[in-house]
Design a protein. Structure first.
Length: 188
């Protein structure tokens, strides 16, 4: 069966194709869920929800110059994770002591030479999971998954100044946690 036939069989909800798809993409989807979750138990809960949604609503149609299957899966999973986090109000809330009109949008000037080591650090994932959910969501969307501010603004239904302000706070908090871990490691 070629890729196009495989995708069509997934749209028809054929169990054999769904099982094969699960085997191919479970680790990929779980790795995304782990980044958005506060712990492994929550990641497993997210995984069940988003994978079921992915299988039940599969609509990938490849065409030259279009997105790849991996990009389709990643975007679909992330969109569903954002929905989950936004519907659970106890998990998600962008907070600030200023209102968007009180502050100009800060320019995020995190150069790649600082950003890449931060994300590639072996302590990044456990540290990311320690962040409050609003910061974890923004760090994932902006730094890890490379969504632009306009897309984040659309998904979260908050203004660009508030997104930038909270991203700045999230990056600062992330760096602080990473540096505290580095200091505590040398103190042992």
């Amino acid at each position: 069966m070629n890729a196009s036939e495989f995708y069509k069989s997934l749209e028809r909800l054929e169990k054999n194709s769904q099982q094969e798809f699960f085997g191919l993409y479970k680790d990929f989807v779980l790795s995304i869920c782990v980044r958005y979750a506060k712990n492994n138990a929550q990641a497993e809960e997210f995984f069940k929800i988003v994978f079921a949604k992915l299988l039940n609503d599969f609509t990938f149609h490849p065409h030259p110059g279009g997105i790849s299957i991996d990009e389709y899966i990643k975007h679909t999973v992330i969109a569903e994770l954002v929905k989950i986090l936004l519907t659970k109000k106890e998990f998600y809330k962008i907070v600030s002591t200023v209102t968007p009109r009180d502050v100009d949008a800060p320019i995020l000037t995190l150069p790649d030479d600082e950003l890449i080591p931060l994300i590639r650090s072996p302590r990044f994932l456990p540290t990311l999971q320690q962040l409050p959910v609003n910061y974890r969501l923004l760090v994932n969307l902006y730094l890890c998954d490379k969504y632009d501010i306009k897309k984040i603004e659309h998904w979260l239904d908050i203004g660009e100044p508030m997104i930038r302000l909270n991203l700045d706070k999230a990056i600062h908090h992330l760096r602080k946690l990473l540096s505290e871990h580095q200091t505590s490691r040398y103190a042992q």
